[in-house]
Design a protein around this ligand. Structure first.
Ligand code: FAD
Length: 358
């Protein structure tokens, strides 16, 4: 959508044979909402999403460590904090792109050949990017030391804001979605590749770990269908590559800077990348020069947020009792205005201008 604004004819190669509803939920921070506005999709996304009333950190016994009013986040950054189902965001984006540009079941095996046949190749192929593997052989994702569960659940419990509850080795997050759905996620510090088993076994593992945490966590777990539980180990790129392009190939999203999910910014940055990429290609400069500009604009932000996200991982997974008590005290003693100001680094981003639609 962003490249089309700059008069590019785009083909999207997607290896999935069909666009089935997938994934759980996503938080879209104001920076992503601004980026979606820049490509004309902000209105539709707002209609499919829920404005989050609060962003809170809690302890397993329910005590609040910090609470930030969602309205103050919106007012500070000029766009709302939204919860949306991944399947709804996918549907909206694919409808906007249109069937004629989207090739399903089209797995890219040879990125170099594709690049040679086209003016520009954008590797937006995720954490295990083949485009990155081909052009950046040393840049591989590695296990971050913890696993994650995700699910959406329809539960008869009032949830208006998002919250994350921090234990010593574990976290549990709650994000309300439209239509009475709730997105829940959880993490635990464990060795890589371990699995409890099928959905029922993973749900039993979640109950074992979080069933005695504060309300409404037990009620949400009780309402969860085993088939809805997704489990993935958290992998991230230890370092963002020195350049996000080679020749006429650019990396975007997790392919460029897969980071730990602790800021809820991975997809938000992917959307930002798209807008900045289109902006750098808008003035008709040679593609290689435009991509140099793209790398220079995007890499520092990706490095800063990857580091910040890894830092949160370090203080929330595998911390001792003293470390957890110090962490909780530090968060509790941070004045609300500083917490709000702390959102500036990630959420306080505005998109560059793009040409109006044709
Ligand atoms: C537990 C967890 C919670 C998260 N929560 C949030 C959140 O709240 N907010 C947020 O902004 N981010 C969040 N993220 C991060 C977010 O999920 C990712 O950053 C985001 O999905 C990256 O988008 P992407 O388009 O770059 O890659 P992907 O979403 O991985 O998409 C890549 C696409 O490329 C296709 N593909 C791959 N290889 C090929 C090939 N060779 N040929 C053709 N097609 C191919 C895949 O099928 C896929 O459709 C979270 C991540 C985790 C693990």
């Amino acid at each position: 959508m962003a490249l089309r604004r700059t008069r590019w004819a785009v083909t999207v190669h997607e290896r999935a044979p069909s666009l089935d509803p997938l994934g759980a939920g996503l938080v879209l921070w104001p920076n992503a909402v601004h980026a979606l506005d820049a490509i004309g999709l902000g209105g539709a996304v707002r209609e499919s999403a829920l404005v989050l009333g609060e962003s809170a950190l809690r302890r397993p016994d329910g005590r609040f460590l910090s609470r930030t009013d969602g309205a103050r986040i919106s007012a500070r950054h000029g766009a709302p904090l939204l919860g949306i189902r991944r399947s709804d965001l996918h549907a909206l984006l694919t409808d906007a792109v249109g069937a004629e540009a989207l090739r399903l079941g089209s797995e890219v095996h040879d990125p170099a050949a594709l690049a040679a046949d086209h003016d520009l190749l954008v590797g937006a192929d995720g954490l295990r990017s083949r485009v990155r593997a081909a052009g950046w052989p040393g840049a591989q994702a590695a296990y971050a030391g913890y696993t994650a569960w995700r699910a959406v659940v329809r539960a008869d419990v009032p949830v208006t804001g998002m919250s994350e509850t921090w234990g010593r080795d574990e976290r549990f997050g709650i994000v309300p979605m439209p239509g009475g759905w709730v997105y829940v996620f959880a993490t635990a510090t464990v060795g890589p590749g371990l699995r409890a088993g099928d959905g029922a076994a993973e749900l039993a593992e979640l109950r074992r770990r979080f069933g005695r945490w504060h309300a409404p966590i037990p009620a949400l777990l009780d309402a969860l269908e085993p088939d809805a539980v997704l489990r993935h180990d958290v992998d991230a790129l230890p370092r963002v590559p020195a350049r996000l392009h080679h020749g006429t190939t650019a990396l975007l999203g997790d392919a460029a800077h897969a980071m730990q999910p602790n800021l809820g910014q991975g997809a938000c940055l992917a959307i930002e990348d798209a807008v900045v990429l289109a902006h750098t290609l808008a003035d008709g400069a040679p593609v290689e020069r435009a991509l140099e500009h793209y790398s220079a604009l995007r890499r520092p932000r990706a490095v800063a947020l990857s580091r910040a996200s890894a830092g949160i991982g370090r203080v929330t997974q595998g911390v001792g009792p003293v470390g957890a008590a110090m962490r909780d005290a530090a968060v509790r003693l941070t004045p609300p205005r500083l917490v709000l100001r702390g959102s500036d680094r990630a959420a306080g981003w505005s998109p560059p201008a793009l040409p109006s639609p044709v």
